[in-house]
Ligand binder design. Structure first.
Ligand SMILES: Nc1nc2c(c(=O)[nH]1)N[C@H]1C(S)=C(S)[C@@H](COP(=O)(O)O)O[C@H]1N2
Ligand SMILES: [Mo]
Length: 322
């Protein structure tokens, strides 16, 4: 994130006039298609057998396809792009280099400890988590670096897992932790970040129906580069909140430490809700490059999910709590 990228972003801010006009047409279309449709989410209940690994369907050059479209008529970013343009610093700081360096990462067996201020702390193995019920959701995904994708996730609503452990009355935040194993995650032998990668949400954000623990995408189990076997997805927040390869979830009464927030507190706030009006100190967040498209798009407040999530932040100054 901090490493090389500023040049990209600066040059991508230069948008030809023609693109500007196209974008205006797009916005108008969006307003017409509008409000009613905007609340419809794609929910599909899938019967994913525990521990199943469905084979890749499409041809190997294009990968599998998805016929889902978003509430705004967007279609999925290609499987190829989603699985070859990654941020996962435990393996590589080069987005094009993650897939190869993570390819032998072994993710079975895998357990997730759910603990802290709960009545029933418990260690779940992956199969138990899958049995909580996997759904398919098509979400926009917006990295703080100003690129975005549309991803057909498979996942378990995080609220369902939280219900299993019965939070105590004083639990108000949820802390997440990635695996720490420098043998298996080679960049953990460097100090490019403070390991293990950690993230956090407020409990009400964690319980919001949009928040997923993802176990797959494009109908298949997650590949290592996307955070196998289980990673967080919070579609209205910048991508770095979506912590990968989770081994521990702790309910707490204190705002958890976050890896990027500790690294650069003035750049990466705890909330990190997608907000076109609050610039990153080093670049604008007003627009984004959708991977696979040429024309820059306007970034939407809460990444287009304002109708569902804005109420979580009622009365909060979103410039202060960035
Ligand atoms: N453990 C861990 N989780 C992580 C990261 C990381 O480096 N390590 N990168 C984050 C960032 S910056 C982004 S944009 C997303 C990228 O997810 P993707 O590669 O599946 O698109 O993962 C997030 N989760
Ligand atoms: Mo990111």
């Amino acid at each position: 994130m901090l490493i090389k990228k500023t040049d990209d972003i600066a040059s991508s801010e230069i948008t030809p006039e023609r693109d500007y006009l196209n974008r205006r047409n797009f916005i108008r279309g969006g307003l017409l298609a509008g409000t009613a449709a905007a609340t419809t989410l794609l929910y599909r209940r899938l019967a994913v057998p525990a521990g199943s690994s469905r084979p890749v369907t499409g041809s190997s050059s294009t990968g599998p396809t998805s016929n889902l479209t978003s509430d705004q008529g967007e279609s999925s970013t290609s499987f190829e792009d989603i699985t070859n343009y990654n941020n996962f610093y435990e393996f590589s700081t080069s987005k094009e280099g993650v897939a190869a360096r993570a390819s032998n990462f072994v993710t079975r067996p895998w357990t997730v400890e759910v603990t802290g201020l709960v009545k029933r702390p418990r260690v779940f193995d992956l199969e138990e988590l899958l049995r909580l019920g996997v759904e398919e959701r098509l979400y926009r995904f917006r990295c703080v670096e100003a690129w975005s994708m549309v991803i057909p996730w498979l996942g378990i609503p995080l609220a369902r897992l939280i219900d299993q452990v019965e939070p105590l009355g004083n639990a108000s935040f949820v802390a997440f932790q990635t695996l720490f194993d420098p043998q298996r995650m080679p960049n953990q032998r460097t100090s490019v970040l403070d390991w293990p990668y950690v993230e956090g949400l407020r409990l009400d954000e964690a319980r919001h129906p949009l928040t997923l623990l993802s176990t797959g995408l494009y109908g298949q189990p997650l590949l290592p580069q996307n955070g196998a076997p289980i990673r967080l997805v919070v579609p209205w927040k910048y991508g770095f909140k979506s912590i990968k390869s989770i081994v521990r979830i702790e309910l707490t009464d204190r705002q958890p430490k976050t890896t990027w927030g500790d690294y650069a507190p003035d750049e990466y706030g705890f909330y990190s809700n997608v907000n076109p009006d609050v610039a990153h100190p080093r670049w604008s967040q007003a627009r984004e490059r959708r991977i696979g498209e040429w024309v820059m798009r306007d970034t939407l407040p809460f990444n287009g999910y304002a109708e569902q999530v804005a109420s979580l932040y009622q009365g909060m100054d979103l410039r202060r709590y960035y």
